[in-house]
Design a binder for this molecule. Sequence first.
Ligand code: AMP
Length: 363
Amino acid sequence: MNIGIIGAGQLGRMMALSGYPLGLRFTLLDPNLDSSGAQVSDCIQGEYDDATALQMLAAKTDVITFDVENVPVEAVMPIAQLKPFYPPVNALAASQDRLVEKTLFRKLGIATPEFRAVDSLLDLQQAVKDIGVPGILKTRRLGYDGKGQYRLKNQRDIEAAWNALSSLGIALIYEAFVPFTREVSIIGARNIKGEIAIYPLTANVHQHGILHYSVAPYRHMSLQKLAETYLKRVMKHFNYVGVLTIEFFVLNGKLLANEMAPRVHNSGHWTIEGAETSQFENHIRAICGLPLGSTAARGYAGMLNFIGILPECELILKSPGVRFHHYGKEARPARKLGHATIVASSASKRDHALKKLLKYSLS
Ligand code: AMP
């Protein structure tokens, strides 16, 4: 079986690496033939909306998935009719627009921060009146890792925020700033038969809007149950196939959904070493109609991203029990270049090891 992946970033690379032991083949599609995923797999060169390249991908493969969210929906529609395409195109479309996504959460009874659509300065003034400050003005589309966001501390910031983001020419959304105590994510897989497997919650720490490190399992029985209920609602809504992630803020013991990702997620990288079956393998199993693997944690895992600067491999490997993942990417500021994972026999041992690693990740 040959699996097509649109996008050949580190997520595509890790998906391919997880599928090789199962005898699966991969063909990726990416503009850059030296991208992270292309270094370990067959790759067709082309933009994500290149109709000819997409047709070539469909012709070569049995099932198609993606490793990036900004795959243009219109462009992939034709191949989604030719070949099984998972996760479903409508889940991809919803995840690309924060307003659609949050409106869906509301419809499904999933709590979210207060939000308003903003298409003019007047709208923003009204949104601030309704929701108050502090708040965050975000682009509805094409924002990731904290890009396309402006934090409003008080009413005087309204014009500056509007000027900063309206020039991008993308519709906006204003959200209440959530003074969260923690950020967590839930990751699960649903296969073609409708079987579901969900990982324990992961606790995430961001820096400048980018995931810095994660620890898992984050054990909290009632939040785990609630997050699973929310995840299953979204899966059912889309008749979902593949891995789905929802990121939440924890506030006063409750979950507020920030966003969903219809794909394997950075906060799930710990599952490679820290769970019985990795998120990558479970995604591949799900889209190939295979039984899902156990999502049980193997211990206490910590995952640290290397952003902008990648430390020497030797430095990381000399720490006992630490695994190093190098994405094969050129260093650039704010770019995710690799990560390290530690799996320990107790939370305190994990935290101790993670603290030592943190000094290598400061960018
Ligand atoms: P996002 O691009 O929406 O995932 O935002 C990146 C990060 O910015 C989040 O993980 C939070 O740390 C922070 N953030 C985003 N939206 C909010 C919000 N409404 N309230 C507080 N922090 C936020």
